[in-house]
Design a protein around this ligand. Sequence first.
Ligand SMILES: [Zn+2]
Length: 204
Amino acid sequence: MTTDTDDPRAPFRRAMTLGTVPYYDGTRSTVTVDIQWTGERLSITGNEMHGRACVGGGQNSDTAAQARPRAEDRHTRHDIRRLVAIWDRWHLNDMRAGCEHQRAQGWHLQRIDPRKPSDTYAIHHPGQSRESWNLLQWVYPSEVPGGLMGVACPTCGYRHGTAWQTEEVPTSVLVTLREITKTAHHLTPVDVDGRYATTEESNR
Ligand SMILES: [Zn+2]
C-alpha cells in the first residue's frame, strides 16, 4: 500500500533506477537518480554505477537521458524524457543565477564550448583563469567572449549571477514527478547531508 500524501506539494524523496547506458568497454552501466523535494527546493542528482564502481554522477542529466529501462522497470523511455526535462529545468529552483527575463532568454543554458556537455567542469576557453561548469553564466565577459556573469538584464537591470533568485516549482511539475516515480524507492526527505534516511513510505 502506498502512503503517498494527497498534497502534491508535501515534501518527498525518492530514489529510482532509470535504466542502463552504454559503457566505454562495450558493457552497460546503470543510472540511478535521487529526487528530493523539501517543500521549497527541488534537488535531483544522478549516479552511474558499473558493477559496484561509481563511474559518474551529479548533474549527469545528459547521460540519464540516454537510459534504457530494464526489463523489470515499470517506467518508459517517455517517463525518463519527462524526468530529465524537469531535472534540467527545475533542479535547485532556489539557486537561480538569473532573473525571470534572463531565464526566459535561456542565459543559463548557453555553453562556453558547445562541443562538450554543460555539466563538464573544466577550463573551456583560453581566457579562463579557473575551472567552471561549461556555461557562459559562470564566466565574466572579460574572461570569455559572451560571458554572462554580471551582465545586466535589458528589461530589469538585474546583473546575472549576483544573487540567488528563487523560482517556485509549479504544482503540475510536482504531480508529474510523483507520477513518474510512483514505483520508485520512497525515502524520508532530508535537507542537507545527502545520506539516505530510513524508509518511511513503503514501496509499491
Ligand atoms: Zn530581468
